[in-house]
Write a protein that binds this ligand. Structure first.
Ligand code: TXA
Ligand code: MG
Length: 347
């Protein structure tokens, strides 16, 4: 059972100077004292604790209800600290760090064993990133410690893209949350294993495969991302995620196919919702549904996905039909999360 706490909320607008802000100073102090503090990043909100303090990290697992075999990402504020934590930084990893940090790319490197054992879940490797968010950078700089932080949701729920989502899931289970507004990217960082001769993408995310390959050449993609039946290399990818209680079916093909499926369901007396682009909503004649945005604006649609997934259970649907989007660029991450939230794909 997680300890019960009052959860303090610090609201710090972007317009205020962050580096000396008393609220961020206090949040940083709390991290140093071994408390759990949620904070915004450019991807999703993270739930942070001192990565060198095993008891503090344990509180993250308890608050989230996270399986102990799923390792955490370590967040740092400065690139020069990384060599204190890892045995080796291969040249392709250096290039990626220079190109994409701060940013939504987690790089797996051989761990030196500086972090608490529960951060790495017994693995010899560790995932590290510098987030591209002013609040996160100020917090990490002021704390001046490596901060282990998974997404700040209850395990199995969509990652939080606002402090309200964090409070919905973790109020009373964590010490504090630093509110920096809505996150931008809206899905988690790309995870890339750089301990291999040829780096391998373990989780698609905010940095696309195309962007990575433009800097270091061809990379591999974890077999588990291509087929369902292989053992996942990134422990987190084996868990069903992001799934609302209401079933989601992804319907491939055009509006016609979606209409056909919807009509069959309606004939069975089901109340059917649609999670679709604006264009598809128009074609279907549904205006107030779970609209993600214009089809050409994949980034914007992606940034709304988790908020819409969280809304589904508050609406009165028996089933939600979701549009299938093109797996290009950020669309790979969007469809990866959507497929993991869905219970069925209809071709
Ligand atoms: O954008 C993000 O990455 C967010 C923000 C808060 O930074 N964090 C996040 O953390 O998504 P989490 O714990 O929800 O997901 C971490 C993923 C999991 O799939 C985990 O299995 C994988 O990274 N991972 C962490 N360390 C690893 C390692 N050493 N080897 C392989 N996979 C690892
Ligand atoms: Mg997560």
């Amino acid at each position: 059972m997680a300890e019960r706490h009052e959860t303090k909320q610090w609201s710090v607008p972007n317009s205020e100077p962050l580096m000396n802000h008393p609220s961020i100073k206090e949040a940083a102090e709390w991290l140093k004292q071994g408390k759990t503090v949620a904070f915004p990043t450019e991807t999703v909100y993270g739930l942070g604790a001192d990565a060198t303090n095993e008891a503090a990290v344990q509180k993250i697992f308890e608050a989230k209800g996270r399986p102990a075999d799923n390792p955490l990402i370590v967040h740092v504020g400065k690139v020069d600290t990384v060599k204190e934590y890892v045995k080796e930084i291969p040249s392709h990893a250096w290039i990626l760090m220079n190109e994409f940090w701060p940013g939504p790319l987690t790089i797996i490197l051989p761990s030196k064993g500086v972090f608490a054992d529960n951060v790495t879940a017994g693995l010899e490797t560790v995932g590290i990133r510098i987030p591209d968010h002013p609040h996160a950078i100020a917090l990490l700089t002021l704390a001046a410690i490596p901060v282990a932080a998974p997404s700040a949701n209850r395990s199995g729920k969509p990652s939080p893209t606002s402090s309200e989502h964090v409070m919905d899931d973790l109020k009373g289970r964590i010490h504090g949350v630093l509110d920096g507004g809505q996150t931008g990217v809206g899905v988690e960082s790309t995870v890339i294993d750089c301990t291999l001769d040829r780096p391998m993408i373990l989780r698609p995310g905010g940095v696309t495969k195309e962007e990575i390959e433009a800097t270091i050449g061809p990379v591999d993609v974890a077999p588990s991302l291509l087929k369902d039946d292989d053992a996942p290399r990134s422990p987190g990818m084996k868990y069903k995620h992001y799934a609302p209680d209401v079933p989601i079916w992804i319907v491939e093909g055009g509006a016609e196919n979606m209409n056909k499926v919807a009509n069959e369901l309606k004939q069975q007396g089901k109340h059917v919702g649609f999670m679709v682009s604006q264009e598809r909503a128009q074609q279907l004649g549904v205006e107030k549904d779970l609209i993600l945005g214009e089809r050409s604006q994949l980034n914007e649609m992606t940034s709304r996905l988790y908020d819409q997934l969280r809304k589904i259970d508050q609406l009165n649907y028996d089933i939600v039909l979701a549009e299938s989007f093109s797996k290009i660029g950020i669309g790979v991450a969007l469809m990866n999360r959507l497929e993991r939230a869905a219970s069925k794909i209809i071709e």
